[in-house]
Design a protein around this ligand. Structure first.
Ligand code: MRU
Length: 365
């Protein structure tokens, strides 16, 4: 996406050839900083500390992490260790394991010398494919927005949760890609952006992205969605996913499930946008089988912000001594999902619907 007068991807080989460049998302929305990853350990830390985040981008970073590891040591032991270290960073987004398996399988039969080049090539291919898939998701989802506009003749109001925009992927995003493409095509769109506590990815990142692209939007507290839907202010919900089962259960940022419940009660179509790399073909029951990341209680007890002078403040907002829990994701059962918007088209959130779009994938894929 264009930002500060030039086109950026969220991750790319460093222009001076030394390592990998990322947009440091812990600095947004107040500062746009490019950080350098030089080692596999730095790649793992960037994922764990959420300098990069969002399921597809976590996968892309892991792939580059393997390339950085191979630069230092292309032995079998180093490859296995890199997969272990990167695989232990965040448990929920399946794109991480998908990317690690893809690169590991590609490198395993190769000699050490061949591995270095192949790892970089594979990481770049993963990124290029991600951009292509997200663009196609956008084209498919934009048709839904165009249909609503054609029917109502007015601005289409979308509600989104967390950040599933270009910052969460290599480019374009999943949930925001249809919004960008509809907006660019002249369809009037307005987005209600859930702030997305505790880390505020909506308020900080989605609002930043939409503002930079000129898309009209309003940030709302996480609890406002139900009220807005009851009053007819939301035409459609678009969210992303960190892992979707082969049966259509959707895991996404904590709070997504509550929005889906409110959407169902108010007849608002609730769509999930995702690339094939987010489908976990081995799982049937999202609630029972998807591992939910539990993050630090400090993300709940404290708020981090910046004052007019640029000074960062980290302040406690929870009563001293009260414990806090921080499950980072929840699962929305397939029955609450109006459809899955993928790079291949839109399908029902069901085993049959997904198999219809992806007949070439099997349980073991
Ligand atoms: O904890 P995060 O910020 O990595 O969570 C991100 C989300 O939940 C996104 O909605 C999801 O990864 C889809 S990104 C296209």
């Amino acid at each position: 996406m264009r930002i500060h007068g030039r086109h950026y991807r969220t991750i790319f080989p460093a222009e001076d050839g030394a390592g990998v460049s990322i947009i440091d998302q812990t600095k947004l929305p107040f500062a746009f900083e490019i950080a350098r990853l030089s080692t596999v350990e730095e790649a793992a830390t960037a994922i764990r500390d959420m300098q990069v985040r969002g399921a597809p981008l976590i996968g892309a970073t892991a792939a580059y992490g393997i390339a950085l590891a191979m630069d230092a040591d292309a032995s079998d032991e180093a490859l296995a260790q890199a997969v272990r270290v990167l695989g232990a960073t965040r448990p929920t987004a399946v794109n991480l394991h998908w990317a690690l398996s893809r690169v590991e399988n590609r490198l395993a039969p190769l000699s050490g010398r061949e591995r270095v080049r192949a790892a970089w090539t594979e990481a770049e291919a993963i990124c290029d494919e991600d951009v292509e898939q997200n663009h196609a998701i956008g084209a498919n989802g934009a048709r839904l927005l165009a249909e609503i506009h054609a029917k109502t003749g007015r601005t289409v109001n979308v509600l989104t949760h967390c950040n599933a925009g270009w910052l969460a992927t290599v480019d374009w995003g999943t949930a925001l890609s249809p919004i960008y493409q509809a907006h660019d095509a002249g369809i009037p769109v307005h987005v209600y952006v859930d702030e997305t506590r505790p880390r505020n990815q909506g308020a900080a990142l989605t609002a930043y992205e939409l503002g930079a692209h000129g898309v009209p939007h309003t940030v709302v507290v996480d609890n406002a969605g139900g009220h807005l839907m009851q009053h007819g202010k939301v035409d459609i919900c678009f969210v992303g996913s960190d892992r979707t089962t082969a049966s259509g259960d959707v895991c996404n940022k904590i709070g997504t499930y509550l929005k889906a419940l409110a959407a169902r009660d108010n007849d608002v179509p609730f769509y999930v946008t995702l690339p094939v790399t987010t489908i976990d073909w081995s799982l049937d029951d999202g609630l029972a089988e998807i591992p939910i990341e539990e993050r630090s209680a400090r993300e709940v007890t404290n708020l981090v912000g910046i004052d007019e002078d640029g000074a960062v403040h980290d302040v406690r907002v929870v009563a001293p001594g009260s414990p806090a829990a921080n499950p980072a994701f929840d699962v929305t059962p397939a029955r609450l999902v109006a459809g899955l918007v993928t790079e291949r088209g839109i399908c029902p959130a069901s085993r049959e619907g997904i198999a219809g779009l992806y007949p070439d994938y099997t349980r073991s894929a």
